[in-house]
Design a protein around this ligand. Structure first.
Ligand code: NAD
Ligand code: DAU
Length: 331
């Protein structure tokens, strides 16, 4: 593989992947990104300009997508509307981008016989009880809760149908919650870190007992590259790093690492339909020789806090409008 098309490469996980690929391989990368409120061209600053081309455009634009897909060896598809809370207020762009955009890409890779990797989420499986001994596996039944997760579930089904019906050369990965640099301040961890920087108390939805299975974005990037190079066509891989923790414990760790009192947070209105727990069985990734490098969540979190402290120019322009949106729902 010499040339990748990365959709959503100016978003959180997409930009981490582009830096990872340019930093660890000789591959050239073309990024296709609409630059919605969640995309930021500055997230690609510092990348090797000789091997990176940036195209601002929509994955629903069939003519543009066809032209770009025809020029590459493989597509890695990250572009999406990604925030559950937003999907509860206006599901429409989630349906258009996550389902319509994935369809547009699949038709293009089908026409040009180009390898496709679809980046998806563990949320397609719904949630688990806190004491459930089982974790999500590639055979867990789909049971999405929010418009966001339902739209991602729909896109996963399209990919599988295009593999089976048309012989498209595709793989799918479903990953757990990512943290790390370049994550939008609407998301849980960067929201609380930047609140603390601003002297505002962190906000916990409900009792704060919901569990997420945290993985560093750098580990997600190495996992996607491993699936792209060693994955079996038609298979689904579950990516996780054994990082289960409830939200209250995450907030307490942020407070401790920033020198604040352990109880300096507030409980706010819960998310409607809030998934209780996600947990990943990542043995499908062990089969292809992948393992996470960030084995200490505390260490990765400390590094992430330092990144937000040092990159205020990156997140500051988004902070006020994000908090104004949350204020409307009492969150
Ligand atoms: P993000 O919101 O930070 O980035 C999404 C990017 O897609 C942005 O740059 C945005 O401009 C772009 N985009 C949106 N609509 C587009 C369109 N129509 N055409 C072109 N570009 C468009 O999201 P993220 O957290 O980086 O997530 C990336 C992918 O990874 C998503 O598919 C998401 O479902 C998946 N995922 C995320 C997580 C997580 O914890 N954040 C975990 C598992 C899977
Ligand atoms: O599991 C993978 C998914 O993880 C991805 O598919 C999504 O794109 C990504 O956004 C993430 O979804 P979550 O809904 O789990 O992430 P979020 O950061 O929005 O919230 C994490 C947890 O923190 C969740 O239980 C809700 C809670 N929360 C969130 C915010 C923004 C709070 O308690 N307070 C907050 O202010």
């Amino acid at each position: 593989m010499n040339h990748l098309l990365v959709t959503g490469g100016a978003g959180f996980i997409g930009s981490n992947f582009v830096h990872h690929v340019l930093g660890t391989t000789d591959v050239r990368v073309t990024v296709l990104d609409k630059l919605t409120y969640a995309g930021n061209r500055a997230s690609l600053d510092g990348a090797d300009k000789q091997r990176l081309r940036f195209i601002q455009g929509d994955i629903c634009d069939a003519t543009l997508v066809d032209e770009l897909v025809a020029s590459v060896d493989a597509v890695v598809h990250y572009a999406a509307e990604s925030h559950n809370d937003n999907s509860l207020h206006d599901p429409s762009p989630f349906i258009q981008t996550n389902i319509g955009g994935t369809y547009t890409l699949l038709e293009a890779v089908r026409r040009h016989n180009v390898r496709f990797h679809h980046v998806s989420t563990d949320e397609v499986y719904g949630d688990l009880e806190l004491d459930d001994p089982d974790r999500f596996t590639p055979t867990t039944a789909y049971n999405p809760s929010s418009p966001y997760s339902a739209s991602k579930a729909g896109s996963d089904h399209l990919v599988r149908a295009w593999v089976r019906s048309f012989g498209v050369q595709a793989t799918v990965s479903n990953c757990s919650n990512n943290y790390g640099p370049y994550q939008h301040v609407e998301k849980f961890i960067p929201r609380q870190i930047t609140n603390v920087i601003d002297g505002v108390r962190p906000r916990l939805y409900g009792a704060g007992l919901n569990v997420r299975d945290w993985i560093h974005a750098e580990d997600h990037s190495s996992a996607v590259l491993a699936v792209l190079t060693h994955g079996e066509i038609g298979r689904t891989y579950l990516i996780g790093a054994d990082g289960e923790m409830n939200n209250k414990s995450v907030v307490e760790m942020i407070l401790e690492l920033t020198g604040q009192p352990a109880d300096a947070y507030d409980h706010v209105t819960d998310r409607p339909g809030h998934d209780l727990r996600y947990a990943i069985d990542s043995s499908s990734m062990a089969e292809i020789g992948w393992a996470p490098r960030y084995t200490s969540f505390r260490g990765g979190l400390a590094q992430t806090i330092a990144w937000y402290q040092e990159h205020e120019d990156w997140w500051r322009p988004q902070k006020q409008v994000t908090e104004a949106n949350y204020a409307r729902t009492g969150q």
